[in-house]
Design a protein around this ligand. Sequence first.
Ligand SMILES: Cc1cc2nc3c(=O)[nH]c(=O)nc-3n(C[C@H](O)[C@H](O)[C@H](O)COP(=O)(O)O)c2cc1C
Length: 213
Amino acid sequence: MNYSESPFNINHIYDKFKLDETKVRKNPMEQFDDWFADGQINETSAVSVSTVEEDGCPRTRMVLLNSYNWDGFIFYTHYDSRKGKAIEKTRQACLHFFLPRVQRQIIVKANLERIPENVSDRYFQMIPRGNQLSSLITRQSKQVPNRDFLTNKMHELEKEFRGKEIPRPEYWGGYLAKPYEIEFWQGRGDSLHDRVLYNLTADLEWEISRLAP
Ligand SMILES: Cc1cc2nc3c(=O)[nH]c(=O)nc-3n(C[C@H](O)[C@H](O)[C@H](O)COP(=O)(O)O)c2cc1C
């Protein structure tokens, strides 16, 4: 096995911003809001979601961040997809935001719950018709024979629902990820990065600490 003599990113300089545990917001969702307001989360507001599967190994994929509020982060998916099954079982996930332009990351450990059905209904009616139809073709993460299978099903569904409202399938909807731990990471020079950790205590207060880089 040969190891590279010219690894990537060896001269990368982290010098854009600082993060001070004595100056951060008391509530991590406010801190997230400040960083989100910088407009740098990324162009699609995508976030990676990791779940732990039956074999004990985590599995990560991107989803679109639909929104966030004081309670946590909302994304939409299939409840019986591979990620959905893991969430339904463990009720937990880890969300990860990478903000390369501002040299930041945010790591969120959260308890997950389904959002109210009427909220998912409303959102489903807002998404493009094609996306609504594709959610009806088959269950996410299931094996399918080929792409023709998907396009043929799509044509059938287009005919079936022509001129009709498409109902939200009960297996599609939103999750609210309610954080109990959030780390904000700011890249700094000499690898002396700033890491500020928020932990939710039993009294539902946020405890703030600094971690070694
Ligand atoms: C930028 C991006 C955004 C995505 N947004 C979503 C989303 O909002 N919901 C979703 O279910 N899948 C989304 N996906 C697809 C997922 O990454 C994944 O392939 C799918 O949800 C099936 O995952 P699973 O089999 O692990 O459950 C997105 C993928 C990318 C790359």
